[in-house]
Design a protein around this ligand. Structure first.
Ligand code: SF4
Length: 436
């Protein structure tokens, strides 16, 4: 069979960027890529185990590939990512038609795994992960994600990430800045620095232990890069130095995604988040004082074990008090290997769903109120190209991470910075008119 690969990804930006690296490694081995799995010699499914729903979606898709392999037995089926890491050899035992698996720390082993006769689960710890340079295939041309660290040390009681991605390791600052200089030379304009907890970045090679604020300063100085973003931030590590850097550095965008998770300090403690609601609120105040116009988005988990209706009300009251620009809200999902899975007070799905509905309805009203205020304003957007949901529109993003859709005009091209007049607002996007 020809060297043709089909890649599919579930989950977060870390996973999406891991797939870009998997593609980069495969290209080095002479592989081309297809959108049709039926034409592929190699199928790689890069999985997510953060929530039960993502796992179910992957398993149902895997069933399709099992049937496909019956018709084309030479085809290799490979499972990577967090489910592969979490399940190890057991996944291969339970799924005999899967050729091999590898975890997020073992992407570099892909060429040797493809050629192996024996099935293997490559899930071992990689002590050199932070120093491993892998090629990536990035298709955007304008916006790029760059890993600055791997793993997490926080062990939030609901989260499987420290078990699947291992302990926290920061990439050397020089290596990160060099990658960004190369991206700038290739025409990239916007960089998003990626890590599970970017605020705790700590350059291992720098004698003075460069912090995330220092890294931001170095990235800000790269010529040709116009916007710098970062995800994800942990509130406990959001230092005054970092808040000042976000305010001072001209390319660092006025947006932060700062997961709150719950408005109840009791629940935050049982989540092992290491901050109280009052402490979180202080950080929000400091951000809004130091970074004028900053937009703040967040994550909320509803129905965590032991969450009472009073705790739920505290989350609703936090949403009203803070007025996030937007949130991602999820029902608590029991994950193997996590402490919360064994906690008492697990709630019924019905209660979780009802609380989620209330949270989303409230946030919709808040987001709508905030976005309405933008009508009539002129803002700068970076043009991303055709809207994925409506081919009649093009889309771009403000520095504050608001999506603006507009009717394309001849002079506007992907990758341009243009100004638009906001003519309409919706809950998840804005509509604008290019000012040219
Ligand atoms: S900070 Fe908490 S939620 Fe985020 S990856 Fe680490 S353990 Fe998971």
């Amino acid at each position: 069979m020809d060297k043709v690969a089909y890649l599919q990804t579930w989950g977060c930006q870390m996973n999406v960027h891991d797939t870009e690296k998997i593609a980069g490694v495969l290209r080095g081995e002479g592989y081309a890529f297809t959108n049709k799995p039926e034409d592929a010699a190699l199928i790689i499914l890069n999985t997510c185990s953060i929530r039960e729903k993502a796992e179910h979606k992957f398993l149902s898709r895997l069933g399709y590939f099992r049937r496909l392999k019956k018709k084309r037995p030479a085809m290799q089926i490979v499972v990577s990512g967090c489910i592969a890491q979490q399940e190890g050899e057991k996944f291969l035992i339970d799924n005999q038609y899967v050729d091999f698996t590898f975890g997020p720390q073992n992407i570099a082993k892909l060429p040797e795994l493809i050629l192996r006769d024996k099935r293997k689960a490559a899930v071992e710890e990689n002590p050199y992960l932070a120093e491993t340079e892998l090629p990536s295939i990035r298709n955007d041309g304008t916006r790029a994600w760059v890993n600055i660290m791997y793993g997490c040390n926080n062990f939030c009681s609901y989260c499987v990430v420290p078990h699947t991605r291992g302990r926290e390791r920061s990439r050397p600052m020089d290596s990160i800045v060099n990658e960004i200089r190369t991206l700038s030379d290739e025409g990239y304009k916007e960089i998003t620095l990626l890590g599970q907890n970017v605020n705790s970045y700590n350059d291992p090679n720098n004698g003075t232990c460069a912090s995330f604020a220092e890294l931001l300063t170095a990235v800000n100085a790269v010529k040709g890069i116009e916007r710098v973003r970062f995800v994800t931030s942990h509130p406990k590590d959001l230092s005054p130095e970092l808040i000042a850097a976000i305010g001072d550095l001209d390319k660092v965008c006025e947006h932060i995604h700062l997961p709150l998770q719950s408005g109840s300090t009791k629940i935050l403690s049982s989540m092992n988040r290491k901050y109280s609601y009052a402490q979180y609120l202080d950080k929000i105040t400091a951000l809004r004082d130091s970074v004028p116009g900053i937009t703040i988005t967040s994550d909320i988990i509803t129905g965590f074990p032991g969450e009472t209706s009073e705790d739920h009300k505290e989350t609703l009251s936090a949403l009203r008090e803070i007025e996030f620009d937007g949130i991602f809200a999820f029902k608590y999902s029991k994950r193997r290997y996590t402490r919360a899975a064994d906690m008492e007070g697990q709630l019924d799905e019905e209660i979780k769903s009802e609380r989620l509905k209330t949270i989303l309805e409230l946030q919709d009203v808040i987001t709508d109120k905030i976005n309405r205020k933008l009508k009539g304003q002129t803002v700068e957007i970076l043009v991303e190209g055709e809207s994925s949901s409506d081919p009649a529109h093009w889309t771009g993003r403000t520095r504050t991470n608001k999506i603006v859709n507009f009717i394309p005009v001849e002079s506007v091209k992907k990758g341009m910075f243009i100004t638009v007049n906001i003519t309409n607002s919706f809950r998840h996007s804005l509509e604008g008119q290019p000012d040219r």
